[in-house]
Design a protein around this ligand. Structure first.
Ligand code: RFL
Ligand code: PHB
Length: 396
């Protein structure tokens, strides 16, 4: 097979890229290791920045998100038994976030890809990348894989590595070329999905001496909650009763609010990591999304960064095919990394501020409380948090 851009991975990055390229008249073929159903049901992120919502709408893919997404204008920080609201919309000149599950985004993107006749291979195994170095005389980029027992090869001009943190793309780049930066946190999140109608209007990020807790939601009937836990936490030790009791303790407040309880539909443990690989390009291979960078979920930035990357990449590829100009492609890595490092800092900042850690000295504990007091009492500090949380605007 032959195409202009071979895309590896059907997460938000790979799927959205295939749509943005089609709209620019650029052909692509997408290769995914998992089944379509698995991709559509994987429960992950839930917060879409304004710029992510705008990008999905501009691509003509936002109809269901506009109907079912929950628009939020603020978040709450709970500490010292008090709830403090950050008025994101008021502090950012009208920007907001939308609560809409990542699996719903993925479902919408796959449905639209079907409708437009995108060429996609699910359940591909043994995916490997070849001819990346970019010397057009010698190297022809190629993606090889097995599909339904048949060996397949896609010849292409460029490969988009959108295959997440554990994919093959980043590891196809010679180690001597890549520089990586990493922090692994000494805690994780135990996340649940509960059949309970949300009884708070906005997300609640709670700092408690027993650990962080987050109140989020997916729809008018489903709540999503997280508890800070150990990275090697044994889920079998967490009965439903123990989870609810711990959540109630961590959300304790003088107003008496408690998260509404319901049947627990799903439980899981998410490790917390910050990671960046630079540069995000090697020859004909461009990394996008979690393949190049990971943020801890406290800043709700992961999926939004994936969307921002493919927005830049689609514009750069469009310029290359439209007028042969590779300036934007050459600048891809440095353009993306600017936003990536801002999000890395914000996610690290939110994570540190909100999670007590066994390693913290009493001095560090006091600093965290001071930071929480500052962002909830100083308009300047609150505005900085709000501007990062709703997401910085895209360059024109
Ligand atoms: P994905 O979604 O991991 O997709 C990569 C795809 O590549 C496939 N793949 C391969 N395909 C072919 N060949 C191979 N060798 C392959 N290896 C892997 C995989 O099967 C998969 O389909 O990466 P992408 O597209 O870059 O998207 C990134 C986001 O998924 C991720 O950043 C977010 O989920 C992170 N995240 C959050 N981000 C937000 O923006 N807002 C949030 O509120 C938020 N909350 C979260 C989160 C992540 C969480 N977890 C579970 C890590 C909350 C949690 C709990
Ligand atoms: C979620 O709803 O899954 C969620 C919300 C906010 C975060 C992380 C995850 O910061």
């Amino acid at each position: 097979m032959r195409t202009q851009v071979a895309i590896v991975g059907a997460g938000p990055a790979g799927l959205l890229l295939s749509h943005l390229l089609r709209r620019e008249g650029v052909d692509s073929i997408l290769v995914e290791a998992q089944s379509r159903q698995y991709c559509e049901q994987r429960i992950r992120a839930g917060v879409l920045e304004q710029g992510t919502v705008d990008t999905i709408n501009e691509a003509g893919l936002g109809a269901r998100m506009q109907r079912e997404g929950l628009v939020h204008h603020g978040i709450e920080l709970l500490f010292g038994r008090n709830r403090h609201r950050i008025d994101m919309t008021g502090l950012t000149g009208g920007r907001a976030i939308t609560i809409y599950g990542q699996h719903e985004v993925v479902r919408d993107l796959i449905d639209a890809a079907d409708a437009h006749g995108h060429h996609m291979f699910f359940e591909a195994s043994g995916v490997s990348l070849h001819g990346l170095a970019g010397d057009a005389q010698r190297d022809r980029p190629e993606v090889r894989f097995m599909h339904q027992g048949v060996e397949q090869r896609i010849e292409c001009d460029y490969i988009a590595g959108c295959d997440g943190f554990h994919g093959v793309s980043r590891n196809s780049i010679p180690a001597s070329v890549l520089r990586t930066y990493e922090r692994v946190y000494p805690f994780a999140w135990l996340g649940i999905l509960a059949e309970a109608a949300p009884n708070a209007a906005e997300l609640v990020y709670a700092h408690h001496e027993r650990g962080f807790a987050l109140y989020s939601m997916r729809s008018p009937s489903i709540t999503r909650l997280y508890l800070q836990c150990a990275p090697d936490e044994d889920l079998s030790q967490w009965s439903d009763d123990r989870i609810w009791s711990e959540l109630k303790t961590r959300f304790e407040n003088d107003g008496g609010w408690q998260p509404a309880e319901g049947a627990i539909l799903q439980k899981g443990v998410t490790p917390m990591r910050s990671f960046v690989a630079e540069p995000m390009q090697y020859g004909r291979l461009f990394l996008a999304g979690d393949a190049a960078h990971i943020v801890p979920p406290t800043g709700a930035k992961g999926m939004n960064l994936a969307v921002a990357d493919v927005r830049v990449l689609s514009q750069a590829l469009a310029a290359r095919y439209r007028d042969g100009c590779t300036d934007l492609l050459d600048a891809y890595s440095s353009t993306c990394l600017e936003r990536v490092w801002r999000a890395e800092h914000f996610s690290w900042f939110m994570t540190n501020m909100l999670h007590p850690s066994a390693d913290d000295t009493p001095f560090v504990n006091r600093l965290k409380m001071s930071e929480l007091n500052y962002v909830t009492t100083s308009e300047a500090a609150a505005r900085s948090l709000a501007e990062n949380y709703v997401g910085l605007p895209f360059a024109a």
